[in-house]
Design a binder for this molecule. Structure first.
Ligand code: GDP
Ligand code: CA
Length: 318
């Protein structure tokens, strides 16, 4: 079975662990979000690709959910001693090595997809990880501070400001001119099932869908497209997805996120048992829906979620 997953960082990566356990024989292609990418200290940092790579490769800081385990911060301290920031983005020494290798390869002319493949040769994530595009796409958020509106990089909004300022729009800058990376459209066309993990619907999956051709390819693939809600009990399980959903005019409910993807794209949707009451409404909108426990508390729970997603896909296919 060939499974394609559109993934952001933590939510996508943790789900993928369960999917690998639920479908060990499957060929899994992960299309990773690169809208979060940022240039820091002259280095190209790809937070979502790295979270997937480190999580599946056994290098992740488990409790934090991003960055490396057993990390030290000597380089960061030395940069701070020179007065060189930003100090709000936590890059550890081990992590720095990844960004140095990536930046060096990009400078040598390799596209990001080839660089990602090279990095994965070390981490062996057990999936094929492809960035959504080799072209630069950067998510910006239109915020209001001191009565003035300005667009800032997503990481500045998310990490520095903790999404605590009003946001009016989320713009994947560069997306309209970006091409899907080699292998992206091919993987979608060859897929038996397409899965939207519980990743951020706006700045993770939404950004991938904004690359011209991706949404169309998924809609036209003619295979089940199933998703799992990142919103449980009207709030994100983790993080501040409610803030970016509000910025694009979507309520923070499992039903509203399903409607946001729409029945033209999504065939099946899993909501948490606490949101069971929303099932009839989602089904009335033309999306097959089931309520099951959706908290990725451990590998067993996550594996059950992945199994349910695959079962829902078969139900939709039948
Ligand atoms: P990011 O790029 O690191 O922000 O990660 P993603 O976009 O892949 O996923 C973020 C989303 O994962 C958040 O909106 C969370 O609500 C969701 N999430 C995190 N843990 C869980 C969980 O255990 N269950 C569900 N259903 N969603 C989760
Ligand atoms: Ca992210």
């Amino acid at each position: 079975m060939r499974i394609v997953v559109l993934a952001g960082g933590i939510g996508g990566a943790r789900f993928l662990r369960g999917l690998l356990a639920a479908a060990p024989e499957a060929e899994i292609t992960v299309i990773g979000n690169t809208g979060d990418d940022i240039h820091l200290f002259g280095l190209k940092v790809c937070p979502d690709l790295d979270t997937v790579m480190y999580t599946l490769g056994g290098g992740i800081h488990e409790e934090q959910g991003w960055g490396r385990a057993d990390e030290t911060f000597t380089v960061k301290e030395e940069l701070a001693a020179y007065g060189v920031g930003p100090e709000w983005f936590g890059l550890g020494d081990r992590d720095f090595a990844t960004h140095i290798v990536r930046t060096q390869m990009l400078a040598a002319g390799y596209p990001l997809s080839a660089v990602t493949e090279a990095l994965c040769a070390r981490w062996k994530p057990g999936v094929r990880l492809i960035p959504m595009s080799d072209d630069r796409v950067e998510t910006h958020v239109l915020v209001e501070t001191d009565g003035e509106r300005k667009a800032i990089h997503f990481q500045e909004y998310w990490v520095r400001l903790r999404a605590a300022v009003p946001a009016h729009a989320v713009v994947p800058v560069g997306a309209e001119a970006a091409k899907p990376a080699p292998g992206v459209l091919e993987a979608i066309a060859a897929a038996d099932v397409i899965v939207f993990p519980p990743s951020n619907p706006v700045v993770s999956i939404g950004t991938i869908l904004a690359v011209p051709g991706v949404r169309e390819a998924i809609a036209e693939a003619g295979v089940p497209v199933v998703g799992l809600s990142p919103i449980v009990g009207d709030a994100p399980v983790r993080g501040m997805a409610d803030k970016v959903l509000a910025a694009v005019g979507v309520e923070s409910t499992a039903a509203a996120v399903a409607a946001h993807y729409g029945s033209g794209l999504l065939d099946g949707w899993l909501v948490d048992t606490v949101d069971e009451g929303a099932v009839p409404q989602i089904e009335a909108a033309g999306i097959r829906c089931r309520a099951i426990p959706l908290l990725m508390t451990d590998l067993d729970a996550t594996t059950r979620m992945a199994r349910e997603a695959l079962a829902l896909a078969e139900e939709v296919r039948a």
